[in-house]
Write a protein that binds this ligand. Structure first.
Ligand SMILES: Cc1cc2nc3c(=O)[nH]c(=O)nc-3n(C[C@H](O)[C@H](O)[C@H](O)COP(=O)(O)OP(=O)(O)OC[C@H]3O[C@@H](n4cnc5c(N)ncnc54)[C@H](O)[C@@H]3O)c2cc1C
Length: 464
């Protein structure tokens, strides 16, 4: 066999499984079709750590609560951004008030602690004075937090890499076949044999899979960003339950701004989105809110399918709004099954630590001076909005599983993601990447295949 375990997909779940299994004496590879891990993990570097309160499904709620409890220790071990934030779930109408009370009772029955039903507008406003509406009912949770999803996923991947997991990036799985003992995984570049497969590629279907019943309940998401250090940013994570499953929620960003997400059953315009937001946030000006992105999403759906575990196949499929939170819990369950299946033992030389990272903007002046003395490149700012230095950009490329695309650098350093959205630093970042990986500027990709950021040299145009 080429490998004991093949992990398909290098999203946060695939990376976490590879980290957990790299603790054992197993020969493991992870196959990812994109050029980087954690490509799809989040839009901004801030995700909510939920507590299971809103999950309709009891098992998923338990996974969220379990993940919520593991997360603080994990964040401290990986030395990544993690901040406790209260969660206010607001009801917007009589109908949603009834739903909210039921939700509260269900949560108590599920054993979720530290949640409170607020029946009084004054209590709600004391918790969040920037709210604009006369809301009479809310649930307040003290369990929730925000975390850096990029750092979490990349830490999992880097540590797994340092402990011997073979990452095959830019390689697409085409099919999986049963063989007499184990599997043959066919990619666009290779054929591998292995004893076990953990498939974390959502919505892919291979010959081995039974029919996948995907959720068809499509939602439309619209994202707006409230600028950094805004006095209008909420102190808590806010979620508003509207009519017909419509929802508005806010995620505080690391720099005291706020991502505002509108979830609707239909596509809405920017103007309608802004109207809805202004209805909730007191005196906010349109100038401070940037329409940021829109996408579709299939709601509340995630399955861990181990029906073929006797053959050695586990599939985790679907997408869920709380999947970052659930990841440590999913990983624990999946890995326990694999370890008992393969009868393997813990490695003696496992290193449970991510290599050091210097984030210039977070350092004290004395530490900044020390690091500049060691490496002058840490004294040269490239991204002025986020204060990211050339030293950090080079490190993000040279690290284990280093960045190979502009988005990869952004996920690791935040460069190009300030208020100017890269208009001042993008070309400098691209030329550092080109120099470090010894490629032409015209070969530099934004993200996936064929996403070249420069099409050609102006001199090479045939005509104007
Ligand atoms: C709008 C939105 C907001 C969210 N907010 C939060 C939040 O605040 N808190 C929270 O806990 N969670 C949140 N989530 C959930 C979370 O961000 C994602 O659902 C999660 O990152 C999914 O991880 P994954 O590893 O399962 O899947 P993916 O990230 O999709 O990873 C799967 C990987 O498989 C690769 N792949 C696919 N096909 C192939 C193939 N054939 N061969 C090789 N590789 C392949 C893909 O390129 C991808 O990298 C949110 C999700 C959404 C959509």
């Amino acid at each position: 066999m080429d490998y004991d375990v093949l992990i398909l997909g290098g999203g946060i779940v695939g990376c976490a499984v590879s980290y957990e299994l790299s603790k054992y004496n197993l020969n493991i590879a992870l196959i990812e079709k994109d050029y980087d891990i954690a490509d799809d993990v989040a839009l901004i570097d801030s995700s909510i750590v939920y507590d299971g309160l809103e999950c309709e499904d009891t098992l998923l709620s338990k996974l969220e609560l379990m993940g919520n409890k593991i997360m603080p220790e994990l964040a401290s071990k990986f030395n990544i951004f993690f901040k406790k934030k209260g969660y206010l779930l607001l009801a917007d109408s009589r109908k949603s008030e009834e739903k909210l009370v039921k939700m509260y009772d269900t949560a108590l029955n599920r054993g979720i602690e530290n949640i409170y039903l607020l029946n009084n507008s004054k209590d709600i406003y004391n918790l969040e004075p920037s709210l604009n509406k006369n809301i009479r009912k809310a649930i307040y949770s003290k369990n929730t937090a925000v975390i850096s999803p990029y750092d979490l996923a990349i830490s999992y991947g880097e540590i797994a890499f340092d402990n011997g997991v073979n990452f095959k990036l830019g390689e697409e799985v085409l099919d999986i076949k049963n063989i007499s003992k184990g599997f043959r995984v066919i990619t666009n570049k290779n054929k591998f044999t292995c004893n076990m497969v953990v498939n974390t590629t959502p919505r892919e279907s291979y010959r081995i899979d039974k029919e996948n019943k995907f959720n068809k309940k499509k939602k439309y998401l619209k994202y707006f960003l409230l600028e950094e250090n805004s006095s209008k940013a909420y102190k808590n994570i806010i979620s508003v339950m509207g009519e017909n499953d419509e929802k508005i929620y806010t995620i505080p960003t690391k720099e005291n701004g706020m991502l505002i997400v509108l979830k609707n059953n239909r596509k809405i315009s920017n103007e309608e989105g802004l109207r809805k937001i202004k209805y909730f946030i007191k005196n906010v000006s349109e100038k401070n809110i940037i329409p940021f992105y829109e996408s579709t999403f299939y709601d509340d759906f995630l399955i861990i399918d181990d029906s073929l575990i006797d053959k050695g196949y586990i599939k985790i499929f679907g997408k869920h709004y709380g999947q970052v939170t659930m990841t440590p819990a999913i990983t624990t369950i999946v890995c326990e099954t694999i370890v008992s299946n393969l009868n393997c033992v813990l490695k003696k030389d496992f290193i449970d630590k991510r290599r050091e990272i210097y984030k210039f903007r977070d350092l004290l002046n004395i530490d900044r001076q020390n690091i500049i003395n060691l490496n002058k490149k840490y004294g040269k700012i490239i991204c002025y909005c986020k204060k990211i230095t050339e030293g950090e950009i080079i490190d993000s490329i040279r690290r284990p599983l280093g960045a190979r695309t502009i988005e990869g650098i952004r996920r690791r350093t935040n460069a190009t993601f300030g208020n100017c959205k890269g208009s001042q630093c993008l070309s400098k970042v691209a030329s550092i990447l080109a120099r470090e990986i010894n490629k032409d500027m015209t070969d530099i990709l934004k993200d996936s295949k064929d996403s070249n950021i420069i099409l050609g040299r102006i001199k090479e145009f045939d005509e104007m």
